[in-house]
Ligand binder design. Structure first.
Ligand SMILES: NC(=O)c1ccc[n+]([C@@H]2O[C@H](COP(=O)([O-])OP(=O)(O)OC[C@H]3O[C@@H](n4cnc5c(N)ncnc54)[C@H](OP(=O)(O)O)[C@@H]3O)[C@@H](O)[C@H]2O)c1
Length: 470
């Protein structure tokens, strides 16, 4: 780095590269570091030169740094030791950074992945959005770590993660305590601008979520339950913040809540639906598979395998819930269908969703072992249904169908050449048949589960909410 030509021409070249986001590449060719971590009070922010927007003041420069050219916007510096480096064309990080307070309910698979991603994305969020996500409270089913004033330090977050990854309880953390209830946590830890995040699978969070919205905080949900209980709760959760002081209603999905991860995990199903509605398209029919486990079962049936063999295998491999009826019964899919139907402004309850499970009601109360033993009794009927469908160039899928004001979940026959019919394996797939997407539907396909994809969808919701109108 010593002895680099620092004449004005060189600077012009570098400035030009900087303007078109090629500075890191150019720097690597000429051997200048284009990336450094600011020390002292800024250590937590790694600043990448080419990605920071030009904003003004000077406190960001390291002590002793001298600008190489007189132009006030020059990002090129020589430090006290005489080495050259490229400083960010940004300025006072502390002025630019905005704390985004977060309260997290649920530190299971998704909640843990979310915390890991928040920690991993510190640099990205600082550089791209000027945000620092500050965890004010992190709660599991019986304990919480709460730091309402300073936020939980990253070191403590990592300790909490290690504790939860090892199956521990937050109440047992040295800085943890009993949780009380969701309302009290929001009351104690909440602060203006907070985002309350629900990564539980419980409806015990509902009082806290509603209270958060009353306080003009925002909420991001991976949890379907709050949106699939009473219609009134759905309405309050999804329409908060859409009628700001001006009284001009905003589209519901641009209000104070986001719930993308509740249907299709990380797939942009809710965003797509909301945009279709806001764009005035007429959604005539939504058909989709929303369970990787049931996709696995249906693909196995299509391949000619006995129903009992597929379910037992899926159970042994851990693809199903410990009680496979939790998947085969279709209730989880029904919740997703209801969220989509309510997204169309249909006023339905979970009881209105017609659900056909993959086993008869009579097998409902059996112990899991007996249930698995009795599955071969269902093999013949599934083999017949699959054969009958194949004779019509169709196949069986376990799908949710939302059409004509009705919501139905269960096995359906679909054309082999349709998007659902072509689907193989555990992916989720959603077809939107609308006025503008007709006769070919708008199709979204991809993995519909997995803690990382789900957590990333929640994180994206949180970042959107940071910029949502309040
Ligand atoms: N996993 C996926 O691929 C996926 C995909 C899409 C959506 N989701 C949804 O995301 C949510 C979380 O899924 P997950 O797989 O992370 O579930 P999980 O592993 O069972 O974790 C649930 C977490 O919620 C905590 N919890 C339960 N009741 C609570 C309460 N009242 N207050 C605070 N915390 C409470 C649990 O505490 P303990 O640790 O003390 O038990 C646990 O930490 C679920 O609603 C799920 O349907 C998951």
């Amino acid at each position: 780095m010593q002895g680099v030509n620092t004449d004005v021409d060189m600077e012009n070249v570098l400035h030009a590269a900087h303007e078109v986001n090629l500075l890191p590449s150019v720097c690597s060719v000429i051997g200048w570091p284009s990336f450094f971590a600011i020390d002292a009070q800024f250590t937590r922010y790694a600043i990448m030169t080419g990605q920071v927007k030009r904003r003004g003041a000077e406190r960001l420069w390291p002590p002793g740094a001298q600008r190489l050219a007189s132009g006030s916007g020059s990002p090129f510096f020589r430090n006290a030791a005489g080495s050259h480096f490229v400083a960010p064309a940004a300025t006072d990080v502390m002025e630019l950074m905005r704390e985004l307070p977060i309260i997290l309910f649920g530190v299971g698979g998704v909640g843990q992945a979310l915390l890991r991603q928040i920690l991993d994305c510190r640099g990205l969020h600082a550089i791209q959005y000027g945000l620092h996500l500050q965890l004010l409270a992190v709660c599991d089913s019986n304990g919480a770590i709460v730091e309402p004033s300073e936020g939980i330090a990253d070191e403590m977050l990592r300790e909490a993660l290690t504790l939860k990854e090892g199956g521990g309880r937050l109440a047992d953390h040295p800085d943890g305590g009993p949780q009380g209830d969701s309302y009290s946590i929001v009351d104690i830890a909440g602060r203006a601008g907070a985002v309350v995040v629900d990564c539980t699978a419980s409806d015990a969070t509902v009082p806290g979520l509603l209270y958060a919205l009353e306080r003009r905080y925002r909420v991001a949900l991976a949890n379907k339950k709050p949106l699939t209980i009473e219609q009134e709760v759905y309405d309050r959760l999804t329409s908060a913040g859409v009628t700001p002081r001006s009284n001009a209603a905003a589209p519901r999905h641009l209000g104070a809540s986001r719930w993308e991860a509740t249907v299709g995990a990380g797939l942009p199903v809710i965003a797509t639906l909301n945009r279709l509605v806001a764009g005035g398209d007429a959604v005539q029919r939504i058909a989709g598979t929303f369970s990787g486990t049931l996709g696995y079962v249906m693909s196995g049936l299509q391949a000619g395998r006995p129903f009992s063999e597929i379910v037992r295998e899926a159970h042994a491999l851990g693809y199903t819930e410990p009680d496979p009826r939790d998947d085969l019964g279709g209730v989880d899919v029904a919740r997703k269908a209801l969220i989509l139907a309510r997204g169309l402004d249909w006023r339905l309850d979970l009881a209105d969703v017609e659900v056909e499970g993959l086993y008869p009601v009579g097998m409902d109360k059996l112990p899991v072992r007996d249930f698995l033993d009795q599955l071969p009794a269902l093999d013949a009927q599934y083999a017949e249904r699959v054969q009958a469908a194949a004779a019509q160039q169709q196949t069986l899928r376990y799908a949710a169908t939302i059409e004509d004001g009705r919501c139905r979940v269960g096995p359906v026959t679909v054309g082999l050449d349709s998007p659902l019919g072509r689907l193989v394996g555990t992916d989720n797939l959603v077809e939107f048949h609308t006025r503008w997407y007709n006769p070919t539907p708008l199709v979204i396909q991809g993995r519909g589960a997995g803690v990382d994809a789900t957590a990333a969808a929640v994180l994206s919701d949180i970042i959107e909410l940071a910029f949502a109108a309040s």
